[in-house]
Write a protein that binds this ligand. Structure first.
Ligand SMILES: *[C@@H]1O[C@H](CO)[C@@H](O)[C@H](O)[C@H]1NC(C)=O
Ligand SMILES: *[C@@H]1O[C@H](CO)[C@@H](O)[C@H](O)[C@H]1NC(C)=O
Ligand SMILES: *[C@@H]1O[C@H](CO)[C@@H](O)[C@H](O)[C@H]1NC(C)=O
Length: 371
């Protein structure tokens, strides 16, 4: 008997024994969910901005210095949080950007995220073009039309299929960074209190999520905002005189906390709809943990970008062909705005498997996949 014809023999031959159940060991095991779709901004964009007119682009070195494909358009040195999540969910290979995905690849999921985008249309226009959340939802609508062919035009089957997939949605950072807290270019902070602004953002969010729900989305990970007041870009603005070495802008973090509290309520509200299984990913709590236990996680630099210019390496973000720091695993931030791959690995693992509801609520993404 040909030993390679026997799956178990093949596994033994390949030595793939660090797996728990046989199905995990089989080389072409299926992912835990049939597809994985992503909506968001530069934290998870994987190349959708590469061919549009914008400064919010990362398809040049040293971005991607630790990524097999090089500078793909990801705004970090290596993997983003959704790259890691896709791996943890058992997907082989990467989820492609919508901008360049093959039609037949859409069935297992695509990434609609766009750097500089926000919930509000005007957000990020200081950087150029991008696809804001409502446009990303429109792209999903088009993707569904393409997917219909795979189901012989049967909407019921397509909706059932989508209901099993996981949707990662992380919007809102730029509505603060490249809008509310940029008062020289945007009027929102004169028009709205922090509380009122969070309310209009969440109204927009809720409208778009309702559309996704109507299109068949049932399993969604809604991602809260991190401590934007502690990123190198904001620290560089705050620490503008040498007597000031603050490690966070408390006013910005206060506004973010108000928004996050409303977002959690919104997730709870969605879970009252039939079949909805939405989880809230508490990035704010996770980023606090990364900072307060930096040593344990192996980070020695938490207030400077690995690549960048000026105070906190945060005044000007990582420039083309700039030499980044040597040891990327010691830095929490890759550039003025974005975490390193090392930090993304921890964020993804917490979202996927943390047992604590202060990291991910009411269940983690692994449980969401099985639900
Ligand atoms: C769609 O598929 C379902 C399940 O296979 C089937 O029951 C239904 O009759 C189909 N609908 C149409 C319009 O073909
Ligand atoms: C320095 O930072 C403070 C606090 O963010 C700000 O109020 C002030 O206008 C800044 N000064 C300059 C010269 O940029
Ligand atoms: C602030 O940090 C700089 C650079 O690390 C240092 O030279 C300076 O003495 C610090 N200032 C204060 C007031 O701590």
């Amino acid at each position: 008997m040909d030993s390679l014809g026997n799956p178990l023999a093949l596994i033994l031959t390949l030595g793939l024994l660090n797996c728990v159940s046989l199905s995990e060991c089989v080389p072409n095991a299926q992912p835990q969910v049939p597809c994985f779709f992503i909506f968001g901004d530069s934290l998870v964009d994987n190349g959708n901005n590469n061919d549009i007119l914008t400064l919010a682009r990362a398809n040049y070195r040293p971005y991607g210095i630790d990524f097999p494909e090089g500078a793909s358009g990801r705004f970090t040195n290596g993997k983003t949080i959704v790259d890691v999540l896709a791996q943890l969910l058992g997907f082989r290979g990467l989820i492609p950007p919508y901008a360049t995905a093959q039609k037949n690849a859409i069935l297992r999921g695509v990434n609609f995220a766009s750097g500089a985008s926000g919930l509000r249309r005007e957000t990020g226009r200081n950087l150029g073009d991008h696809y804001h959340f409502a446009e990303q939802v429109e792209h999903f609508r088009s993707a569904i039309q393409t997917m219909k062919r795979n189901f012989n035009g049967n909407d019921t089957m397509l909706t059932d299929y989508l209901g099993k997939c996981i949707f990662y949605v992380g919007m809102g950072s730029n509505d603060y960074l490249n809008n509310y807290f940029m008062p020289n270019l945007y009027t929102s902070s004169y028009q709205y209190s922090q509380k009122a602004y969070s309310t209009i953002l969440l109204q927009e969010y809720s409208q778009q999520l309702s559309q996704l729900y109507d299109l068949g989305v049932r399993k969604a990970a809604i991602v809260g905002l991190g401590q934007i007041g502690c990123i190198p870009y904001e620290l560089a603005r705050l620490n503008n005189n040498t007597n000031n070495n603050k490690t966070c802008n408390d006013n910005i973090n206060k506004a973010i906390a108000i928004y996050n509290a409303g977002l959690l309520q919104m997730v709870k509200q969605f879970n009252t709809k039939p079949g909805a299984k939405f989880v809230y990913v508490n990035t704010f709590e996770s980023s606090k943990d990364l900072v307060s236990n930096a040593d344990t996680y192996g980070f020695s630099v938490i207030d400077k970008g690995c690549c960048g210019v000026g105070r906190n390496n945060g005044q000007i973000t990582c420039l083309p062909y700039q030499t980044p720091c040597q040891d990327r695993t010691k830095y929490l931030f890759w550039d003025a705005f974005h975490p390193t791959e090392a930090a993304n690995l921890i964020y993804a693992k917490k979202a996927y498997s943390s047992a604590s509801t202060s990291d991910v609520y009411p269940v983690n993404i692994q449980q969401l996949a099985m639900a």
